[in-house]
Design a binder for this molecule. Structure first.
Ligand code: DAT
Ligand code: MG
Length: 149
């Protein structure tokens, strides 16, 4: 099954949105494979957002993501990478559709509540950046018989 890396950003943690956000993925039918509340070091932030290091907002992005704890998660399911991106909504909350996480809870691009991997490659990279193998749990979830054929 496909896996993706999702993270409630510091603004989402401070605004009590961990439960709301995890609940959406849980209710949809995805399976939680790992989760932890953690602080992101400067080094991890720079590595995670490496693709943006030449962008003018890189400094602020690193400062923001290290400004408080994040809730890091790995979710599993059919097409979970693309589906989670849809459930998150557009990067800029004012472009994000109502019903999406950023559409419902975000106001500005610099505080857009959630991160999600955008491809298979970034999902693999980000999962291994944030989680050790031993932190991911492989288990049977019986309710999935009522989610899939
Ligand atoms: P996404 O988080 O939707 O994958 P991204 O990878 O393009 O978006 O950018 C990573 C984060 O950087 C994004 O969630 C918020 C911030 N960001 C993106 N574009 C920005 C901009 N023009 N000004 C300020 N911050 C920006
Ligand atoms: Mg991105």
């Amino acid at each position: 099954m496909e896996k993706t890396f999702l993270m409630v950003k510091p603004d989402g943690v401070q605004r009590n949105l961990i439960g709301e956000i995890t609940g959406r993925f849980e209710r949809k039918g995805f399976k939680l494979a790992g989760a932890k509340l953690m602080s992101i070091s400067e080094e991890l932030a720079q590595e995670h957002y490496g693709e943006h290091k030449e962008k003018p907002f890189f400094g602020e992005l690193v400062e923001f993501i290290t400004s408080g704890p994040v809730f890091a998660m790995v979710w599993e399911g059919e097409d979970v990478i693309a589906a989670a991106r849809q459930m998150m909504g557009a990067t800029k909350p004012s472009d994000a559709a109502p019903g999406t996480i950023r559409g419902d809870f975000g106001m500005i691009v610099g505080k857009n509540v959630i991160h999600g991997s955008d491809s298979k490659e970034s999902a693999e990279r980000e999962i291994s950046l944030f989680f050790n193998e031993g932190e991911l749990v492989d288990y049977q979830k019986d309710s999935l018989a009522w989610v899939y054929e």
